[in-house]
Design a protein around this ligand. Structure first.
Ligand SMILES: [Zn+2]
Length: 316
């Protein structure tokens, strides 16, 4: 039996796990990332986490998979990760030296997609598309059981495909991106706008504009027209992005993760209905099912470790 470390670097915490090559979880833990103090400090924090996990699991891992936000080069450098304050940082090289085992660095959304594909909601399917609905809209694409990351690993940026031509401004510089309508950030923005336009809306019962979350509009959708309108518009736009992905990749499953996906069936049922009605050629021949991610916040660490276990990637 071989053992693997899975590490997921977040802006605040680094999560770590040890699994065996069947995916059995031996232990998990976390450490503050300390990214603001620089990449070297981050690597030392990861080393201390890995030492702790190794002694707890009482095994010697053969290799480590590391999930990290941002653009990752083929050689494992973090070219740019704004939230982690990293730019052109040789993460793979530094961690290989510190941990003294082989290290693979993967983009975090791709790692989560692969984790769900191998161990989670996509495990019975060869083709899946994973969509995270969080601060932004991230994604990962699995084709024939392998991760498709595109040229230089820079592909699968599904959040930056336009769904409303000339629409709302996106952080990437384009207008009308999927992310500008379907992220939790966008949902919060639209909920606040609805409140400001409807001063008698029950949405105000959440406690005020600064208390709005990605959950608020869903909480009041049954009892308040303005909230219902926000949810309906959100579902309409998210469905548009999902139908585009379904028509391009025709996966067996589309897996929704991130905070907004916690709505479960009240989000998935209307999305599935719209997908069924609009997918090219109809659903009978090659149905696409929308499901909720099942690994929670361990998806990235599990996927990164799985990338070490399997030959994971399809290059663009
Ligand atoms: Zn964009």
């Amino acid at each position: 039996m071989d053992y693997f470390l899975g590490i997921d670097i977040g802006g605040t915490f680094v999560k770590g796990i040890v699994i065996d090559n069947n995916g059995k979880l031996l232990c998990e833990g976390s450490v503050p990332s300390g990214c603001a103090e620089g990449g070297d400090k981050l690597c030392l924090n990861i080393l201390s986490l890995c030492n702790r996990l190794e002694s707890e699991a009482r095994v010697k891992p053969a290799a480590a998979g590391v999930a990290c936000a941002g653009m990752i080069s083929d050689s494992g450098d973090v070219l740019f990760a704004g939230n982690l304050f990293l730019k052109n940082f040789p993460l793979k090289e530094k961690l290989t030296n510190l941990l003294q085992i082989p290290v693979t660095v993967v983009n975090d959304a791709n790692a989560a997609a692969y984790g769900e594909a191998v161990f989670g909601a996509g495990k019975n399917f060869s083709d899946s598309v994973f969509i995270t609905l969080g601060t932004g809209v991230g994604g990962g694409i699995i084709i024939g059981g392998k991760l498709f990351t595109g040229g230089k690993g820079a592909g699968a940026e599904i959040g930056h495909t336009v769904i409303v031509h000339g629409g709302k401004k996106c952080t990437c510089g384009r207008k009308g991106c999927f992310e500008a309508y379907s992220s939790a950030t966008a949902l919060i923005r639209d909920t606040r706008t609805a409140m400001q336009n409807n001063l008698s809306s029950r949405l105000w019962l959440c406690g005020g504009l600064d208390k709005v979350t990605g959950k608020t509009a869903f909480d009041f959708a049954e009892t308040d027209e303005a909230a219902k309108d926000v949810v309906n518009a959100y579902v309409y736009n998210l469905a548009c992005g999902i139908i585009n992905l379904a028509n391009v990749f025709r996966p067996q499953v589309i897996i929704l993760g991130g905070g907004v996906a916690e709505q479960g069936e009240s989000l998935i049922a209307p999305l599935q209905k719209r997908l069924d009605a609009k997918i090219f050629g109809g659903q009978e021949y090659a149905p696409v099912k929308i499901v909720k991610a099942s690994l929670g916040n361990l998806a990235g660490a599990l996927g990164a470790a799985a990338c070490r276990i399997n030959d994971s990637s399809v290059k663009g």
